[in-house]
Ligand binder design. Structure first.
Ligand code: 13P
Ligand code: SF4
Length: 328
């Protein structure tokens, strides 16, 4: 059954009772030449209404090439900023501008600039989970899909700074034999997975394969059968013969996994204490079907990026897209 809703819209207007939000969103997209893009961590209903679902890299690549006039980026704010930087002439909407990211929050531009200044002569590599202002200080942006290839595109002894995710950074250091200087940031969702809880799940499901996002801590990453971005984990579970998977990342990805492989079993890894829904990203979950409808209807909230910042930030993003295009 299609979702119906009579909750208040963003303007305080009551949405008429029984409105079919999904059909209305599709109708508005056609009327306004808008495209809805969603990250795998958003609510399942939001993923189901989207024209395109992807990981951070795929969302940036898709935004860079879309013909639509309006991009509704159903994800966190930095994803909307990246789309706006790549398509300054387009309107980019993020249904809730409060949808931040703990990694982006952990890395303030002035503090990152001081870190760079204190370590002269380093190439600066930033994870896409950063603000536009941090990207503007960066030489090349990476996502979890392409971090390895991009780091390996530099000579082994090149001095590199990597920010803000210390877990992704140490994973890339370990698999590439690099010694990048790491910013001390982490994701509040991925930090909460513990090795003990995964070992306990493995004991209950001995044939299960363990899928881990590289934002997890190294003791969790060590237990993985596959480490990768959301898209890489999805691809792996579809291709692999195993029937049961323990999924150690934000639980929104299970929606697409279960849809794509309904005969397989996906078990979300619990957060450390198992007492709450901490394997959900509370920022991603701010994006509801109601807000997608409201933002399309009202044409806001709009993502804006300062023109000077955008001019500097577009270079490292394009550099990433160029290197990625030669690998994928
Ligand atoms: P992906 O690039 O793997 O989609 O990850 C984005 C993210 O925010 C992970 O927490
Ligand atoms: Fe940011 Fe973590 Fe949410 Fe990903 S899961 S958007 S890294 S807070």
């Amino acid at each position: 059954m299609e979702p119906t809703c009579s909750r208040q819209g963003v303007e305080g207007g009551i949405v008429p009772h029984g409105i079919d939000l999904k059909s209305e969103i599709r109708r508005l997209c056609g009327e306004k030449n808008a495209v809805v893009m969603a990250h795998y961590y958003t609510d399942g209903a939001v993923q189901d209404v989207a024209d395109f679902i992807g990981d951070s890299l795929a969302l940036a690549q898709k935004a860079a090439t879309t013909d639509a006039d309006i991009i509704v980026m159903c994800g966190v704010h930095f994803m909307g900023e990246t789309a706006k930087i790549l398509c300054p002439q387009k309107t980019v909407l993020v249904p809730d501008l409060q949808a931040s990211c703990s990694l982006a929050e952990s890395c303030k531009a002035d503090e990152f600039a001081a870190f760079i200044k204190a370590n002269p002569g380093h190439t600066v590599i930033s994870y896409v989970n950063t603000t536009a202002a941090v990207k503007a200080l960066t030489d090349v942006v990476v996502t979890s899909s392409n971090a390895r290839q991009i780091v390996e595109s530099f000579p082994k002894d090149a001095p590199l700074i990597f920010g803000p995710d210390k877990n992704l950074g140490s994973y890339i250091n370990a698999i590439t034999g690099r010694n990048m200087l790491l910013w001390n940031g982490s994701c509040h969702v991925h930090e909460r997975f513990s090795a003990d809880s995964i070992v306990a799940l493995k004991q209950q499901h001995p044939t299960a394969k363990v899928l881990v996002h590289p934002e997890c801590q190294s003791e969790v990453v060590r237990l993985a059968d596959k480490v990768g971005s959301t898209a890489a984990l999805l691809k792996y579970c579809l291709a692999d013969d195993a029937q049961v998977f323990i999924v150690v990342t934000e639980s929104g990805i299970l929606h697409e996994m279960q849809k794509a492989a309904p005969h397989k079993t996906f078990i979300p890894a619990p957060p450390t204490d198992g007492s709450c829904a901490c394997n959900e990203c509370n920022y991603m979950k701010l994006i509801t079907l109601q807000k997608v409808y409201d933002c399309l209807r009202l044409g806001r909230p709009v993502v804006e990026v300062d023109a000077e910042v955008a001019k500097k930030a577009v270079r490292p993003i394009n550099r990433m897209l160029e290197i990625s295009a030669s690998h994928y």
